[in-house]
Write a protein that binds this ligand. Structure first.
Ligand code: ADP
Ligand code: MG
Length: 270
């Protein structure tokens, strides 16, 4: 379970820029969640905070009951190394290591003796056994991303994060990556940032960000696309009210449950 409480992130560059604010939601174990929103809405920032790659300015992220704020850098790094897989849009493979060495690295950092054989079997699973001795520059974009997925999953993470993993790929390579990611949903929690509405709708829930806040949370379980919760300042806007009252929102086949925060907000207005 990932619990996100009143999360906020500011960047100070002369003036203070608030890129995430008041973000609260939870992700259940083995849930598949997509995060969508316009460019600049804070998706990558949020993913970095959830994965413990970055520290929040306000609020907290807890994974399996562990508040990441309470871990020092060394403990956080160990925590990530044993539980968290991360797939970046631009792959972020180590250029001086072969495909096999990139995939075995997380295991070697943990001192595991069977690192190479486990890495080999992962490369095989992503269809790249014949590329194990290639360096990243000798691989296509799709191949690099398959190596990146193998590297992210070789530790059998409890949570796999992927930030627009198909963003730099042609559609055939992208489809390949998507099916590899979908394979993971039975194994671990998957949190996927994507611009692709069809891909976002494959998730159990879609968290829509706007201007650094959660605009709405949409449940895709049961095939419906009804508004599930709103916890941004837009929650009381005309647009939001219209959506709440729209036929699709009221007769949607999926469960409609507002987020705690949105219920609290609504309650406070009454
Ligand atoms: P998205 O992934 O949704 O496109 P990001 O999370 O990358 O959005 O960025 C959200 C906002 O934060 C953007 O306006 C971006 O310019 C700003 N931002 C991201 N990283 C930094 C940084 N290191 N320093 C200052 N501003 C940043
Ligand atoms: Mg981004």
């Amino acid at each position: 379970m990932i619990e996100i409480q009143s999360l906020g992130r500011d960047y100070v560059r002369g003036a203070t820029l608030t890129v995430l604010d008041n973000v609260s939601f939870s992700i259940a174990d083995n849930e598949f969640v997509s995060i969508t929103g316009p460019s600049g809405s804070g998706k990558s920032t949020l993913l970095g905070l959830l994965a413990g790659l970055d520290r929040p300015t306000r609020g907290s992220v807890s994974i399996e009951g562990q508040n990441l704020n309470q871990l020092d850098e060394a403990s956080l790094s160990r925590f990530r190394g044993s539980r968290i897989g991360f797939v970046f849009q631009n792959f972020q493979l180590v250029p001086t290591l072969t495909a096999l060495e990139n995939v075995s690295l997380p295991l070697k950092l943990q001192g595991l003796a069977d690192a190479d054989s486990r890495a080999r079997s992962l490369l095989e699973r992503v269809g790249l056994s014949d590329r194990s001795d290639h360096y990243p520059t000798q691989l296509s974009g799709g191949e690099m991303q398959r190596v990146a997925i193998a590297r992210a999953t070789v530790i059998s993470p409890s949570i796999l994060f992927a930030d627009e993993p198909t963003g730099n790929l042609d559609s055939a390579s992208g489809d390949n990556i998507i099916s590899l990611l979908l394979e993971q949903r039975s194994r671990c929690t998957v949190v996927l940032v994507t611009h692709n509405p069809e891909l976002a709708a494959l998730a159990d829930r879609e968290i829509r960000l706007k201007d650094g806040m959660v605009e709405e949370i949409v449940s895709h379980r049961g095939g419906g696309r009804s508004a599930k919760g709103k916890n941004s300042s837009k929650a009381g806007s005309k647009k939001a009210a219209k959506k709440r009252n729209s036929p699709s929102a009221s007769k949607g086949s999926s469960k409609v449950t507002r987020s705690r925060q949105s219920v609290a907000r609504k309650g406070s207005r009454r």
